[in-house]
Design a protein around this ligand. Structure first.
Ligand code: HEM
Length: 218
């Protein structure tokens, strides 16, 4: 593999690594739901998923698809040509994003609350789960109008909402190691911090080319 090809893959690989924990959790959830006899499950938090498996399955399958395909979309080489791979993969990624986030929002209202449920997390999920499809629609509209600066910004924002689940998982893992044991309140705080950190970094990344340009001498 040449150095140039490696460079093309660097950002997508980093993004998949960022989303690795939610991806693994999703594959685990699919394996458990499809391979376990519900009669053997006693944990009420687990039983909620067996009682309504379709929503969680749609959520995790399309969530993984969005995290992986969305990451691939950051490869510059894919954008070459009018019938580019970027365009073809983009439609599948966009549909996956809309499905997983709307189903996630629907789950907030339809699943019995988790034993450690937190209203702030639920409100955050509803807000971000509704914003993600809106950002995708705005991103597609910008692309059809050939406004690729706006297209880039809206799609980065949409991807960041999904990627924040990865940031949250790493923060929860680090906090638990430092704390020495699992603590629901601490984990919830890490989820909120994860959203805030991701959204601030995202806006910084989006503004960066403009900042660089305005810093150049006239
Ligand atoms: C818009 C962003 C998201 C929203 C609104 C959302 C919403 C939800 C909700 C409401 C639940 C059920 C929580 C519970 O009551 O226990 C859930 C669980 C889950 N979500 Fe998401 N989610 C989002 C992003 C993601 C992403 C990107 C992934 C990764 C592909 C993901 C994977 C999972 C998994 C694996 C579970 C099951 C957790 C478990 O096994 O206990 N979610 N999500």
């Amino acid at each position: 593999m040449s150095l140039a090809t490696l460079r093309q893959w660097r950002l997508p690989l980093l993004l998949v690594l960022l989303g690795l924990l939610p991806i693994v959790a999703s594959l685990y959830r699919i394996a458990v739901l499809t391979g376990t006899d519900p009669a053997s499950v006693t944990n009420p938090d687990e039983l909620r998923f067996f009682a309504m498996p379709i929503s969680i399955l749609l959520h995790v399958i399309f969530g993984v698809a969005f995290l992986v395909l969305g990451a691939v979309q950051f490869m510059p080489k894919l954008r070459i040509g009018t019938q580019s791979l970027h365009k073809k993969i983009g439609y599948i990624a966009a549909l996956s994003g809309v499905i997983f986030s709307l189903v996630g929002t629907y789950m907030v209202f339809t699943y019995p609350p988790h034993s450690g449920a937190n209203i702030a997390i639920d409100v955050g999920r509803v807000i971000l789960g509704s914003l993600l499809p809106l950002f995708i629609v705005l991103g597609i509209r910008a692309a059809t109008r050939r406004n690729f600066t706006a297209h880039r910004a809206w799609m980065i924002r949409a991807y960041a909402i999904a990627a924040s689940s990865g940031v949250q998982s790493y923060l929860v893992a680090i906090a638990m190691v430092l704390n020495g044991s699992f603590d629901v309140a601490l984990a919830d705080r890490m989820l909120l911090v994860g959203w805030a950190v991701t959204l601030v970094i995202t806006e910084w990344i989006i503004a960066r080319p403009r900042l660089k340009k305005s810093a150049q001498p006239a």
